[in-house]
Design a protein. Structure first.
Length: 117
């Protein structure tokens, strides 16, 4: 009995969704959030990636120094590796390479320009 009203309810919902999409430029965004990133979110990501790379490098160096008994040398070495990895991650974020395969910009036609895939 409620099946008789169901298609009209779905049509009403479809009409409401179309009207809402029309008011917001015609393209739906993810879960109502803005599709482009704000400056604060990019700054937070850069800070987290730099600190995380340094922390992981220092932790690996410290653990290897304790295990091998080569106190501060591996810690210093892995601190430099962590700093390099963090700077490389910051560079990738700043250039817009989101970690895509081959470090290509996502959504660009970089693969199609040279004819190779």
């Amino acid at each position: 009995m409620t099946d008789d009203r169901r298609p009209s309810d779905l049509e009403d919902l479809d009409a409401k969704l179309r009207a809402a999409r029309g008011r917001h430029g015609g393209k739906p965004d993810r879960a109502g959030l803005a599709s482009d990133k704000s400056g604060l979110s990019i700054a937070f990501r850069i800070g987290v990636e730099l600190v995380a790379a340094l922390a992981i490098g220092v932790a690996i160096g410290w653990l290897l120094d304790r295990w091998l008994g080569s106190s501060p040398w591996l810690l210093i070495l892995f601190f430099v590796f962590g700093a390099a990895a963090g700077i490389m991650n910051v560079f990738r974020v700043a250039k817009g390479y989101g970690g895509a395969v081959g470090y290509r910009k996502s959504g660009s036609d970089a693969a199609g320009k040279d004819g190779k895939d």
